[in-house]
Structures are given as C-alpha cells and as structure tokens.
Design a protein around this ligand. Structure first.
Ligand SMILES: Cc1cc2nc3c(=O)[nH]c(=O)nc-3n(C[C@H](O)[C@H](O)[C@H](O)COP(=O)(O)O)c2cc1C
Length: 364
C-alpha cells in the first residue's frame, strides 16, 4: 500500500512534502535535483514581471541557539543547533522568459511531480490585474500544475504588493477574479501570518476561488545587534529593515495560524509551512488540518545537498511512512485535522475551581 500518496486540491502527490517558494526552488538545476532526491513537488521561487534589485549584502542568515552565550546568533560556535533563518531576499531575479522553457523541461522530465508556479504582481489597476493573468497563463501553458499567489512577501515597500495587500479583502478578491478568469487550475494563496485579519483574508480568498491557503510566509522580524560592535548581525552600511524569520523559531506560531484557518474553514485545504525539519513538525501541521507540507529553511541548511534537502526528504518520507504503517493508517487523510476540536477558547479549559470569568477568578 502506498501510504505516502495524497490528493491535494485535486492534484496527485507522490508524497505530501514539497519545497516552498524560496532559494531551493530558484532554478531548474535545483528543482531537478530536488525531484531526483524525492520531493513530491515544488512551489517555484516567486516569479514576477517587475525587475528586482536585492540588498548589497547577504540576503539570508542562519541563526543558531546554544547553551552558552550568546544564546542566539549567526556567529559560528561549537555545539549549536538551528534556531531560524532571517532573510530580506526579494522575489526571483530570473525573468519570466527564462523561467518558461525551464519549467517546461522540469515537467517533461518529472511528469509525476507537482510544479506550482508562485507568481506576484501589483494591485489597484487593470494593468496589474493583466500582469497576474499574464504570469498565470504563461506558467500553466508550459505545464505547471497549479499557481500560488504570493500575497505575503514581507520585504516590499510598494503598498500594492506582497504582505501589504493581504489585509485588503477587496484586493484579494480582485486578484483571484483576474487569475481564475485566465487559468483553470488549482489556485493556492500564500498569506502573511502578520495580520490580525488572517481568517477574514483566508475567507475572502476561498470565497473568490482559492483552492488552498498556504501558511505561513516568514514572520516580520529584526536581526540582533551585537552590544560590543554595535553592528546588526546583518546590515548594509549600518542599516537594516524588517526581514522575515523562518525555521524552527516560527513553528508554534505557524501552527496557531493554520489552526485558526482550519477551525474557521474545516472543509477547505491548507498547505502548512513554517519550521518543518522532520516528521514531528509535519505531523503537527497535519493534525491541525494541513493536507500538504512545505519546507524551506531546513532544506537550505542541509550541508552537501546544494540547499535542496536531499537527506531531509528521504528522512521525512521514511519517518512518515513508518508512523502511518505502525499506527495502521492508510494515508495522512486519516489523521488530518484530528487536533481541530481540541483547540478551544480559554473558558472551555477546566479550571482548578469553577470560578472563571474570561480571564480572572470570580472570587477575586
Ligand atoms: C531566503 C528566503 C527566500 C524566500 N523567498 C520567498 C519567495 O520568493 N516567495 C515566497 O512565497 N516565500 C518565500 N520565502 C518564504 C518561504 O517559502 C517559507 O514560507 C518560509 O521560509 C517559512 O518556511 P520555513 O520555516 O520552512 O523556512 C523565502 C524564505 C527564505 C528563507
């Protein structure tokens, strides 16, 4: 029995693990290597029509935790473990006309693996809506299986792009209207976790035709400053800006966001992202309702794999299969969403005494 195979948003995945939109999926070479290693799919590094210009310094750093000081730092030290990635990298700098033949070759070489094209344009006028349509149609015409709309990039000054638009239900609907009118494939929408209106944004996206919500992109955050040198651990000319935290450090927050969406829309699909390094983290996303799992930082950090997680995917597949077999589950669908009803309001959790009034004891 093939316990790893899943159907998600109508697409057949040989296993539920895919590489998230990021450096591991930034080129044909890396994606082919990832498929050779066994990943079930990829979301391409986000493709746009606007040229990008990255910062004049490192785009990503890896922060590690240790028992000795400094506890969290990018500094190379003995006996550290991965804590997080921090990045301020923009979307792909490879233009669409280079991507298209590459995507076609990738799909022809690995027809059984799912290729989801991540795309991004602006908002607020017909020209930008046409850009979304153009990007989506071009990627689907060369064989991509689905589209992921990037409404979550945290590194944009432009107010009509990335995470800046994920609070605006009208814009979410208008982009989905444009894209669903252009292509007839599953549309995933990647939202930013950094909004108090996440459930509303997801609701608007589902209602406007999204097949799935992808959660989470990185969390807006700052790198640390060294008290001795007064330098940030990453900076350009002494300056830094809000970048994105990924990796283990965001796992629990990502699970909470996925749980919120899953509880609000139990029948809808969710692709879980944020801090997955092994089976246990993946398991947690599944029991909160995710039917597909995306990985970025852990794959990038794996040494000797060219940053695509060659050993990681073997381990993920082995450990998930072993678990399903031992517990006699036929697929992840049998455990998906199992934790949903156990996430409740504070008042539903038993108290030491019966006196609880939404935050304070009635007796006090
Ligand atoms: C260097 C870097 C670049 C990224 N670029 C993109 C991107 O172009 N588009 C996108 O949707 N997400 C991008 N992401 C976010 C990841 O896809 C993912 O959502 C995030 O890193 C959380 O997953 P993780 O904890 O497994 O790293 C990027 C992340 C990193 C670290």
């Amino acid at each position: 029995m093939d316990r790893l195979a899943t159907t998600f948003t109508g697409l057949n995945f040989v296993n539920p693990f895919i590489l998230a939109s990021a450096p591991p999926t930034e080129s044909k070479r890396k994606i082919l290597r990832a498929f050779e290693a066994g990943w079930g799919g990829v979301v391409t590094k986000t493709i746009g029509l606007h040229p990008v210009e990255n910062v004049a310094g490192p785009k990503t750093i890896y922060q590690r935790a240790s028992d000795i000081k400094p506890y969290v730092s990018r500094m190379k030290r003995e006996d550290t473990v991965s804590h997080s990635s921090w990045n301020w990298e923009l979307i792909s700098d490879q233009p669409l006309d280079i991507w298209l033949p590459d995507l076609e070759e990738i799909k022809t070489t690995y027809p059984d693996r799912m290729v989801i094209a991540s795309i991004m344009a602006g908002a607020g006028n017909d020209e930008e809506m046409e850009n979304w349509r153009k990007l989506a149609s071009a990627c689907i015409d060369v064989g991509c299986d689905a589209i992921e709309l990037n409404m979550s990039c945290p590194h944009m000054d432009r107010k009509d792009m990335g995470a800046n638009i994920a609070n605006d239900e009208e814009i979410i609907r208008s982009i989905l209207k444009a894209v669903t009118s252009a292509v007839n494939v599953p549309i995933w929408v990647k939202l930013t976790p950094s909004t108090a209106k996440l459930v509303d944004a997801a609701g608007a996206a589902y209602e406007a035709g999204a097949s799935s919500i992808s959660l989470c992109n990185t969390f807006p955050s700052l790198p640390l400053m060294d008290p001795e040198t007064m330098k940030f651990e990453v900076e350009v000319d002494g300056l830094v800006t809000s970048g994105g935290l990924g990796g283990l450090a965001i796992l629990h927050q990502a699970l909470q966001r996925v749980s919120d969406i899953s509880k609000a829309f139990p029948d809808k699909a969710i692709s879980g992202i944020g801090g997955i390094r092994g089976f246990r983290e993946a398991f947690n996303f599944i029991v909160h309702g995710a039917g597909n799992l995306q990985v970025c930082t852990a794959a990038m950090e794996e040494k000797g794999s060219g940053g695509v997680g060659v050993d990681l995917i073997q381990e993920l597949k082995h450990d998930l299969n072993d678990y399903l077999e031992r517990k006699e589950y036929s697929s992840i669908e049998e455990i998906r969403g199992l934790a949903r009803e156990r996430i409740v309001e504070h008042s539903k959790v038993r108290r030491k005494s019966g006196n609880y009034n939404g935050g304070y004891s009635l007796a006090s």
